[in-house]
Design a protein around this ligand. Structure first.
Ligand code: GLA
Length: 396
């Protein structure tokens, strides 16, 4: 199924390139989206995340232009062609559009020495946009991979996600953490990545048991993290860390947090800062616990961590939404007897998707129940697909 999806997208990209530019593409690259199994809103606190790349990709086909000092790129998603600077001083545009991600990744790649001659390209993607599955990181990483290939400059393993993150900060004006770019660039087939976001050291954890599947359910409530909520959460964490006298919440244990609670509670914020910090500190513990339990095949513990993560994101961090809560409750109700190990919101929040670990033999049944019950409760259709952990960015 996934191979077929990939081939279809690849063929479409090649065909579009021929149509738009009247030549065969010379270079093809792909970078995947991601789903985070657990460890949400911990990356910018220097904590732990546990994502995997998914079988959905951004693909770019490229070829030389006739000597023009620019890149001309067609994006299937918006059916638009735009020109991009490939030299000189490149400044971010005021308005953030798809072009911001592309121009940002080109500019930040150039900054790292990846000089290129003018080129034409076509970009396609089957990562759902605004679904919390890192469509934007997959776009940045695909562009950076293309820049590597065209320039012959190979970025370092950590350098590449960092330059893509910078593109997102500066050009897309979203102060994201490092998780999405890291997993899209460095994901490995059949593995999830336990990433220490302070040292940037990944540890690959095999998820090779064919009897377990990762199910992604899109609530079809679009999320946009460029609004004020994400930066507000970041700022709250920084303020909490400051009051607790540490650089990052990563350095706080549950014991210290409880003992210093009064530093985080005041008239203006009530216990808001305390609850934000409680989520982050607890989530780091849950993430490590879940990774261990996964290796041990201790599914009850895996499930418990996922539900606890969801509850904490809903109540303490307040980044869920009613539709997503409905999806998690449906999964919880199906339970282990019905083949659901655990379920939670995934990604930045405020809509998007849930991730569930389920018994492979029950995928069809579970999908049916979730679709029916979600429609009944919310009046919307949920889009559901199963995925294996996929390979990170690559040249085809
Ligand atoms: C978004 C950001 C990530 C991370 C998640 C929340 O996806 O891009 O860096 O902070 O939200 O875990």
């Amino acid at each position: 199924m996934s191979d077929r999806l990939f081939e279809e997208l690849l063929n479409e990209t090649k065909t579009l390139f021929r149509e738009k530019f009247g030549a065969e593409p010379q270079t093809l690259v792909a970078a995947p989206g991601r789903v985070n199994l657990i460890g949400e809103h911990t990356d910018y606190n220097g904590g732990f995340v546990f994502p995997m790349a998914i079988e959905r990709w951004t693909i770019i086909a490229a070829g030389p232009n006739d000597g023009a000092e620019k890149a001309t790129i067609y994006a299937k998603a918006t059916d638009e062609t735009a020109d991009f600077a490939i030299s000189g001083e490149i400044l971010p545009a005021e308005k953030v559009e798809w072009t911001s991600y592309v121009q940002g990744a080109i500019a930040c790649s150039l900054e790292k020495g990846a000089k290129v001659a003018g080129f034409n390209a076509v970009i396609t993607s089957n990562v759902p946009l605004g679904g919390g599955l890192s469509s934007s990181a997959s776009l940045e990483v695909a562009v950076a991979t293309l820049m590597e290939e065209l320039s012959g400059v190979k970025f370092g393993a950590v350098e590449k996600p960092l330059l893509c993150q910078k593109a997102e900060h500066v050009f897309a004006k979203m102060k994201c953490g490092i998780m999405d770019q890291f997993i899209s660039a460095l994901g490995e087939k059949d593995c999830a990545m336990l990433l220490d976001c302070r040292s940037c050291e990944p540890k690959m954890i095999p998820i090779s048991d064919p009897s377990i599947s990762v199910l992604i359910t899109n609530s079809n409530v679009k999320h946009a993290l460029t609004g004020s909520e994400y930066p507000e959460r970041r700022a709250s964490c920084e303020e909490a860390a400051r009051r607790l006298g540490v650089e990052l919440l990563r350095d706080v244990t549950m014991e210290t947090l409880e003992a210093s609670k009064d530093k985080l509670v005041d008239e203006e914020n009530g216990d808001r800062l305390y609850r934000r910090a409680r989520h982050v500190v607890g989530e780091d513990v849950r993430t490590l616990k879940m990774a261990d339990a996964l290796v041990a095949g201790d599914w009850a513990t895996v499930g418990a961590q996922m539900y606890a993560s969801h509850d904490s994101l809903r109540d303490d961090y307040e980044v869920s939404c009613p539709e997503i809560d409905v999806l998690v409750e449906i999964a919880r109700k199906i339970g282990p007897e019905g083949g659901v190990i655990g379920s939670r919101i995934t990604g930045g929040g405020f809509g998007g998707c849930t991730v569930s670990l389920v018994k492979t033999e029950k995928v069809a049944e579970i999908t049916e129940i979730i679709k029916t019950e979600y429609k009944k409760a919310v009046g919307k259709d949920a889009t559901i697909f199963a995925t294996r952990p996929a390979q990170g960015a690559r040249v085809l």
